[in-house]
Design a protein around this ligand. Structure first.
Ligand code: CMC
Length: 437
């Protein structure tokens, strides 16, 4: 499953080579994973900061929610393997697990589902916010705005010190984010918004709101619903990635949960993170034909060219992305069900094959990640490319809010405030404008 972690040293000795001074730093142990050297007193004791701009070796918090073993390709939520959750669980059950730490019993699931279902509608006036956007606005731009604006509509659940209000805000976010996302899609198509239906489950309702039109009811196809459910489960949480860290940092200033989730959405948007699923399809379009693959691979290897192979590589996974394996399976099922013979998929498979045999990608342990396949499935389902990252945001909302809730439940919250290594100009006197060159 995941490799055993060796017993920790109790302390870690840090030595100043020049003065010979030594400091004992405490070592902290988790359930799995590398032990952490607790450096909270480092500055006070040594007068030094640490420098780790992209957080490649820094644990920003303790968390009980998600564990990733990047070398073994393991992803677990609350101790449950993602492959089992994707195969046997439902998205709402996974949401409950992430939020509350345990799988729900029948009664708990029924109550949770009823509560979420009863909160899927959004305030009618929210519609008018959409009208303020250009029709060709990127739906992620709309999502950044409308999710932040939710804090202007749901004042009764914004007291972050009240556990019940935190719970209601979390449920509201999980319930309303699909409605807001579907409205963004409808707005860009110039179609009327479709209201949620309480007789459908979470995933069915989302597909219904995205694809139904007054003239014709959307026919739900079980394999498509199943694939969508899996996409939602696979993206639900991923420990301290860029957007989750953004949510935690925003939350550490005691901002309200809706504002914090809006900050997560902005961070997710970039192509190095959630924006990669859109970027994969754009890249496949750009490559166009399998004969052009070698040229694009050479560009990906060229450090003077900003082009990267989108959907490849991961900060943590250095073996394989377990989400990608499930996603590939779903991709095959959906394309077969919908009878789609997609030339882009063929191109993607060829690209994957060539890249996986190329020493550049082998040496750097670059494998297809979850975004490599999700775009192809979403395209087959009929989602416009611009909606792909929005779907990621829909699913990840539960991860963000669970991480925020965990942080808020800690006995004391301290604002997140990294320090820096100043490399600017030394101190100098102010120069009046008439004396400047
Ligand atoms: N194409 C070409 N070269 C790459 C790629 C790529 N996709 N990814 C990494 N490399 C190279 C990188 O240039 C570096 O080479 P060198 O050692 O010669 O300087 C080496 O591999 C190590 O990469 P890194 O930059 O240290 O990796 P990172 O951990 O900073 O970045 C990443 C991880 C995901 C941002 C990056 O792999 C990437 O930009 N991939 C493409 C975008 C993508 O698919 N993102 C989705 C991630 S999964 C969904 C999610 O969690 O959001």
């Amino acid at each position: 499953m995941t490799k055993e972690t060796p017993a920790p040293e109790k302390t870690f000795t840090l030595k100043n080579d020049q003065t010979g001074e030594e400091w004992q730093l405490p070592v902290v142990e988790g359930t799995y994973g590398p032990h952490c050297i607790d450096i909270r007193k480092l500055y006070g004791q040594t007068g030094h900061f640490t420098l780790d701009p992209s957080f490649t070796a820094t644990g920003s918090c303790k968390s009980k929610i998600t564990y990733i073993d990047g070398d073994e390709g393991v992803l677990m939520h609350r101790g449950y393997d993602i492959k089992e959750l994707a195969a046997d669980s439902t998205y709402l059950e996974t949401c409950y697990l992430l939020l509350y730490g345990e799988l729900p019993n029948k009664k708990e699931l029924k109550e949770f589902t009823a509560h979420i279902t009863n909160h899927t509608m959004v305030h009618e006036q929210i519609k008018s916010i959409y009208q303020g956007f250009r029709r060709d606005a990127h739906p992620m731009a709309i999502m950044c705005g409308v999710v932040g604006a939710m804090s202007a509509f749901y004042h009764d659940s914004l007291d972050i010190w009240d556990p019940e209000q935190r719970r209601i805000s979390a449920h509201r976010l999980i319930a309303k984010i699909p409605t807001l996302a579907a409205m963004a899609m409808k707005y860009s198509k110039g179609q009327p918004y479709v209201y949620p239906r309480n007789d459908l489950n979470y995933t069915e309702n989302f597909l219904h709101m995205c694809f139904s039109v007054p003239a014709e009811e959307y026919k739900l196809r079980p394999p498509v619903v199943k694939a969508m459910e899996r996409i939602l489960i696979l993206h639900a949480d991923h420990e301290q990635n860029a957007s989750t860290s953004t949510v935690r940092l925003a939350g550490s200033s005691l901002a309200n949960p809706m504002a914090c989730i809006a900050s997560g959405i902005t961070s997710l948007w970039g192509p190095s993170h959630g924006g990669a699923n859109q970027a994969v399809l754009e890249m496949l379009d750009q490559i166009g034909h399998k004969d052009n693959i070698p040229e694009f691979l050479e560009r990906a290897k060229d450090k003077s060219d900003p082009f990267k192979l989108m959907g490849f590589g991961h900060r943590v996974y250095k073996n394989f992305d377990p989400r990608a394996a499930v996603m590939k399976e779903s991709c095959d099922e959906v394309l077969a069900e919908l009878g789609i013979d997609d030339p882009q998929l063929e191109l993607a498979m060829e690209l994957e094959k060539i890249a996986l045999n190329d020493p550049y990608f082998i040496d750097r342990k670059l494998f297809p990640n979850v975004d490599f396949y999700s775009g192809i499935i979403l395209k087959a389902m009929g989602f416009p490319t611009e909606m792909f990252t929005v779907l990621f945001a829909v699913s990840r909302t539960v991860g963000w809010i669970s991480q925020w809730k965990e942080m808020m439940e800690e006995p004391s919250i301290k604002i997140g405030r990294p320090r820096q290594l100043y490399t600017g100009a030394p101190s100098r006197p102010y120069v009046p404008i008439e004396k400047r060159k």
